[in-house]
Design a protein around this ligand. Structure first.
Ligand code: GLV
Length: 322
């Protein structure tokens, strides 16, 4: 069996594949960048499986280059908007993702961002390093408390639920949530309240955290009009997918005080960041690292490898995407 890995991933997963006796071809050239279309088409030729990284678009054209041998594309991510699911289905190629193992890590990063923007950590760090700290100040870097505030969660999957746990049980926040369908058990456990309409959720919240997949229906879910529905004192946090937020509209909203701040781990035109955002102090930016801990990235590699092994040994891979 031959496996193509579109970019280097943690060794734990590679070892599992090599231990099976598979030939593993790693696209080492793409260590710090996305794989090119040529690399993908060339790499996939004659392989049985592709272990794909989310930066790499696995289109119908790429899949065709892997036929007739290609049987599975195992994504190294929980999101799989980089893979043309329709084409995979049509070509009888399985697609898997890596849910579960990154839930706690992404939820922690969501809180790191929330606290960083609310307490102005990057701004204050820059100030301290610049030698501007001349005296403790009664009004130096005043921020916002999380405790007892209202958090609105958009998208109640595993990650959204975990964020709710930290919010309700750790920070004693009031939790409201929007999802296509309500979850009464979740409401009971966290005292959370379902709001069936995003436009009614937004004006009630001090923090909004987004946890939806990127779909046609979620592209620009947060746009100019919806930013205006948020409180002027509110913060927007996004650790899902960049295009869910209209970045130009967000930059304007932050500049004009429509909302107080934002923290993004993902970007509409990733890896590009809308230049206006980089000029603002009331935003925290991290380079899509919400699942980036040593332990979690290893587990993601193992899960992707396991999906490949299960598929190639004729069993249904556990994380088959419907
Ligand atoms: C990261 O963004 C992922 O989808 O796992």
């Amino acid at each position: 069996m031959r496996i193509f890995v579109t970019r280097p991933v943690p060794e734990a997963g590679i070892k599992m594949l090599r231990d099976k006796g598979y030939e593993v071809l790693i696209n080492e050239a793409a260590k710090d960048r996305a794989a090119t279309l040529d690399e993908l088409k060339e790499g996939v030729k004659g392989t049985d499986a592709v272990l794909a990284v989310l930066t790499d678009k696995i289109t119908a054209e790429v899949m065709d280059a892997g036929l007739p041998t290609l049987k599975i594309v195992a994504n190294f991510a929980v999101g799989y908007d980089n893979i043309d699911l329709g084409a995979a289905k049509q070509k009888n190629i399985m697609v898997t993702n890596t849910p579960g193992v990154l839930t706690e890590t992404v939820a922690e990063h969501t809180f790191a961002l929330m606290m960083a923007i609310a307490r102005r950590i990057p701004e204050a760090d820059k100030f301290a390093r610049a030698g501007k700290f001349t005296a403790w100040g009664p009004e130096l870097f005043l921020g916002t408390d999380l405790c007892h505030k209202t958090l609105g969660i958009i998208g109640l999957g595993q990650i959204g639920s975990r964020v709710a746990l930290h919010a309700a049980k750790g920070f004693e926040m009031r939790v409201l949530y929007y999802d296509p369908k309500p979850n009464p058990d979740f409401e009971k456990e966290f005292g959370a309240v379902y709001v069936a309409d995003i436009d009614e959720l937004l004006p009630q919240c001090d923090f909004i955290s987004i946890h939806v997949p990127l779909l046609d229906s979620t592209r620009h879910l947060i746009n100019e009009e919806r930013l205006k529905k948020m409180k002027p004192s509110a913060y927007l946090i996004n650790t899902s997918r960049g295009p869910v937020v209209d970045e130009k509209a967000l930059a304007q909203a932050l500049k004009n005080g429509v909302i107080r701040g934002a923290a993004l781990d993902v970007f509409e035109f990733e890896p590009e960041i809308t230049p206006e955002l980089k000029e603002l102090d009331n935003i925290v930016l991290t380079p899509h690292i919400a699942s980036a801990t040593i332990g979690t990235r290893s587990k993601m590699a193992e899960l992707a490898a396991n999906n490949i092994i299960e598929a190639l040994e004729g069993r249904t891979p556990p994380n088959l995407v419907k």
